[in-house]
Design a protein around this ligand. Structure first.
Ligand code: XMP
Length: 318
């Protein structure tokens, strides 16, 4: 009988056989896949695994800290976190075009990763959290890559000095990766994380990215996610998030006229993310989220809910 426990044993054996007494390097992204791969590899080869976590400052609220705390504190993974927030923000200053944002982030990510990898010296294996759908999608040429260049922050460099790529999750579907993560002892909060694009919040801020906008978006997004969880819908909707529009509108707060941003909420139902329909969220939930966001997040005075399917819209706003 197939169980996740027996799969873990097989996977550990395979990793150990392949890696032997050599060294492995992995890029942690903040997402589920790379975290599960790290937990598995650390179980397999211990401190011969080194993880580089490039924090580009475009992650969700507390996300970077949580990944670091769990991987370092609980799993004793050798995590090298590079705080590159200022660097990414300065490279992105004034950039509004979505594909330019992706390109800059992808290139800068590799540059920072390589610089950090150089400090570690020679590694034998570069590990990646590639899962089965990634394998299939790239095999087909990936329709979505035509629409947007998908810089998956897991997919990496030629210039780092390594001999071979190792992909311990490449036979697993997403739900199996989650199960594996739980079996390995990763917390639910990490395992049930929303799919999150490599370029992060950069493509959820329409127009120019600033520190202030990132801050606004993080707070609003955290409220939406918290309320989705409280309503018990966090595992039913396939992806949900807030996006900050580049539009301001007039509002009234107390006796004051306001002129502030409108934020959009997006939640979709989908099998494969190639097509999607918008989630029929309860009005009560939308009402509560809206009230909390305008009440708790400065500079937002209007909340919109995106009722567009994919196609013609995409899941992300950029
Ligand atoms: P779209 O917006 O293309 O999104 O309908 C489909 C899925 O892909 C994710 N996505 C990305 N993931 N880099 C990523 O790693 C990207 O540039 C990117 N763009 C979109 C999106 O979050 C959704 O799950």
């Amino acid at each position: 009988e197939w169980t996740m426990e027996s799969y873990v044993e097989t996977a550990l054996r395979e990793c150990r056989e392949k890696i032997g007494d050599k060294r492995v390097l992995l890029a942690l992204s903040g997402g589920v896949d790379s975290a599960v791969a790290a937990a598995l590899l650390q179980r397999a080869v211990g401190d011969r695994l080194t993880c580089i976590f490039v924090d580009h400052g475009l992650l969700r609220l507390n996300e970077g800290d949580e990944v670091e705390r769990v991987m370092k504190g609980e799993f004793h993974v050798d995590v090298r976190r590079v705080n590159a927030q200022d660097l990414f923000l300065s490279k992105l200053a004034g950039v509004t075009e979505p594909e330019r944002k992706r390109k800059i982030i992808g290139e800068e990510f590799i540059r920072v990763f390589e610089a950090e990898a150089k400090k570690i010296g020679k590694v034998d294996f570069l590990a990646q959290g590639t899962i089965y759908p990634d394998v299939v999608e790239s095999g087909l040429g990936g329709e979505s890559t035509v629409v947007k260049s998908h810089h998956n922050v897991g997919g990496l460099p030629d210039c780092v000095d390594f001999e071979e790529i190792i992909e311990p999750l490449r036979r697993l579907f997403k739900d199996e990766v989650r199960q594996l993560g739980l079996t390995l002892g990763l917390p639910e909060s990490l395992v049930w994380r929303q799919p999150f694009p490599g370029p992060g919040l950069a493509i959820r801020i329409i127009g120019e990215i600033t520190r202030e906008k990132l801050d606004i978006l993080r707070k609003a997004d955290a409220i939406f996610r918290e309320e989705m969880a409280l309503a018990g819908l966090d595992r039913t909707a396939n992806q949900y998030f807030a996006a900050l529009t580049n539009m301001r509108s007039v509002g009234i707060m107390g006796d004051e006229r306001t002129y502030d941003y409108a934020i959009a909420l997006r939640s979709v139902q989908t099998q494969d993310f190639m097509t999607a329909t918008w989630s029929r969220l309860p009005y009560e939930l939308l009402d509560k989220v809206s009230g909390r966001i305008v009440g708790e997040v400065p500079h937002i005075n209007r909340v919109l809910y995106d009722v567009t399917s994919k196609p013609p819209a995409t899941v992300e706003w950029e």
